[in-house]
Design a protein around this ligand. Structure first.
Ligand SMILES: *[C@@H]1O[C@H](CO)[C@@H](O)[C@H](O)[C@H]1NC(C)=O
Length: 139
């Protein structure tokens, strides 16, 4: 009987966390304006490995934001002889993110654009991301 109760509690907790996941779907869109841009993005639990993008292509990180708001994704970027790495998503600093409440279903979209002179995020999100600000230079 005690075991059954434990299973019930674990299942209930899991469902609760999964539900939170559905209401906090997050996409980080990283658009490349460069050919042969190599990205390596990871969180504490997820290593997405090296991927290559050409000009006009996008790399999307799709994940369920941590229920407690602790999700963090960082990426390393390589292009020609240049390199940079920074946090592309952290729930506490979503200046580059747009959160939509679609009748109680939350969806967060975050945007970065990678160019020859650095890394940009948009100030406005409607009707599409626009008015891009430079946040980082290449190293
Ligand atoms: C990822 O790409 C970078 C830059 O090309 C390279 O230095 C690194 O070794 C690669 N890592 C892996 C695991 O392939």
């Amino acid at each position: 009987m005690g075991k059954l109760l434990l299973i019930f509690i674990i299942t209930f907790t899991l469902c609760d966390v999964l539900k939170a996941c559905v209401t906090a779907n997050t996409d980080v869109h990283i658009e490349s304006n460069l050919n042969n841009l190599v990205l390596h993005c990871k969180s504490k639990d997820n290593d997405l490995g090296n991927v290559t993008r050409n000009a006009g292509e996008e790399f999307d990180i799709h994940f369920c934001a941590d229920f407690w708001g602790r999700s963090v994704f960082s990426c390393e970027f390589y292009w020609e002889s240049k390199h940079q790495d920074f946090i592309v998503y952290e729930s506490k600093h979503p200046e580059y993110c747009d959160e939509k409440d679609d009748y109680g279903s939350y969806k967060t979209d975050c945007y970065w654009k990678v160019q020859e002179d650095g890394f940009y995020f948009p100030q406005y999100f409607e009707p599409e991301p626009n008015t891009w600000f430079k946040k980082y230079d290449w190293e």
